[in-house]
Design a protein around this ligand. Structure first.
Ligand code: C5P
Length: 287
């Protein structure tokens, strides 16, 4: 069985509170994008979970969200572990704010549910997925959603019309827990207007959507990057996208990937050409 495992971007990301378990209460509008890893799942008779990826630096054991997904699937369903080989062809950059790892876990849960004919509902899969990562329930459902709680309480929203997107990822990754921790240490937080973003999506008003793009994790991510690197490339990546005609540009999730929404594929390709002179990982895709 071969399945696509899609990345996501955040149109808005707000933190509305902290929790005793170290997680934060979120209110975020997430949107799937057409950049995907490919996951092949094959039943074997080894009695083991085996994981292979095309990236040598990725863990292939319990540290990988996809492995955890398979392990939890067998635990939760109680079915015999006959053996499964999971092969992941990564395209989504890693530690990038695009939920690549969570998406892989989601795809494995859905895939095993089909392969073993276990008939778990989306709700049941999301309940298992939530134990792997806050973004896994969104990745199981995909599309366009407002996510609250730690990210697992999902409300569907209308998707954007198919819109060209450019994604540009600086060469380094950022640690999600560290960015959240940095947010805790900062004061005077600004917030997105999530209600207006929802209205703009309902009206399919892309120009308002672009004006309302806002991510509260940008400021703490910038503070961290500026401590660790000589130059923070994110503002320049955003300006480059806007100069090249993006209707809006924002850092996704906890970063460091920047995305820009464009009105035409040609403009997106032109922007990508210039962005490639700044960073290696540049993708032209769509919502
Ligand atoms: O659940 P996930 O593994 O994706 O989260 C990674 C880290 O991001 C958590 O350990 C936590 O530090 C932070 N996080 C958070 N609040 C959320 C989601 C993630 O503080 N709602």
């Amino acid at each position: 069985m071969k399945r696509k495992s899609y990345a996501k971007i955040n149109l808005t990301l707000d933190i509305t509170g902290t929790r005793k378990d170290g997680y934060h209460q979120l209110c975020t509008v997430m949107h799937s994008v057409n950049l995907y890893d490919t996951i092949t799942m094959t039943l074997t008779h080894t009695g083991k979970i085996e994981l292979k990826t095309n990236l040598s630096f990725l863990p292939t054991d319990r540290k990988n969200h996809a492995y955890q997904a398979a392990e939890l699937f067998f635990e939760e369903t109680g079915i015999a572990k006959t053996g499964i080989l999971i092969e992941i062809k990564k395209r989504i950059p890693v530690c990038a704010g695009l939920a690549g790892g969570s998406s892989n876990a989601a795809t494995v849960l859905k895939g095993l549910n089909e392969l073993y004919h276990t008939g778990l509902s989306i709700k049941q899969l999301c309940k298992i997925g939530r134990n792997i990562g806050a973004d896994v329930p969104f990745c199981i459902q995909g599309g366009t959603m407002m996510a609250e709680g730690i990210g697992e309480q999902l409300t569907p929203l209308p998707a954007l019309p198919k819109t060209p997107i450019v994604l540009a990822k600086p060469a380094f990754g950022v640690s999600t827990p560290a960015v959240f921790q940095q947010w805790d240490d900062m004061e005077n937080h600004c917030h997105p207007n999530t209600d207006e973003m929802k209205d703009a999506l309902r009206r399919q008003d892309i120009s308002s959507v672009c004006k309302l793009l806002y991510n509260v994790l940008e400021a703490p991510a910038f503070a961290m990057i500026e401590r660790q690197h000589v130059v923070n490339p994110i503002p320049e990546l955003k300006s480059c996208m806007l100069r090249r005609g993006a209707m809006g540009a924002l850092m996704s999730g906890s970063g460091p990937t920047v995305y820009g929404l464009f009105s035409s594929h040609q403009q997106a390709v032109k922007a990508a050409e210039e962005l490639k002179t700044m960073v290696n990982d540049v993708f032209v895709t769509t919502t």
